[in-house]
Design a binder for this molecule. Structure first.
Ligand code: SAM
Length: 89
C-alpha cells in the first residue's frame, strides 16, 4: 500500500471550500509539515460586523477553527491579505 504524506499545502482557491481544503490537508500532511492559508485577513472584511457575505463568514470560520485546533502550531503574517502558517504537531 502506498501512503501519501506531504510537507506543504498552500490553500488559495475558492473560499467556500477552505474548511474542506484545510481538513484534507491536515490529514495528508506529515508531522512538522506546513499548511499555508492565504487571504486570512480577507482585506480586513473579517473585522466588519456588517459584512456577512459567504466568503467573509468562511474566512472567519477557518480562523476561529485554526485558533482552537490543538493538532497544529500557528503563526500569522500580516503580509498582503494575511497568510497563516499551520505546522502539524
Ligand atoms: C487567487 S487564485 C490563486 C492562484 C495560485 N495560488 C497562484 O498563486 O497562482 C485562485 C485560483 O483558484 C482556482 N479555483 C477556484 N475554485 C476552484 C476549485 N473549486 N477547484 C480548483 N481550483 C479552483 C481559480 O481558478 C484560481 O486559479
Amino acid at each position: 500500500m502506498v501512503k501519501i504524506v506531504l510537507i506543504l499545502f498552500f490553500i488559495d482557491a475558492d473560499k467556500e471550500n477552505y474548511m474542506k481544503y484545510y481538513e484534507i490537508s491536515l490529514k495528508l500532511t506529515r508531522p512538522n509539515g506546513l499548511i499555508v492559508i492565504d487571504n486570512t485577513l480577507w482585506c480586513g472584511r473579517i473585522f466588519n460586523p456588517n459584512d456577512n457575505e459567504e466568503g467573509t463568514k468562511v474566512v472567519r470560520q477557518i480562523n476561529e477553527h485554526i485558533k482552537n485546533d490543538q493538532s497544529i502550531d500557528v503563526s500569522f503574517l500580516r503580509l498582503g491579505d494575511g497568510i497563516t502558517f499551520c505546522r502539524k504537531k
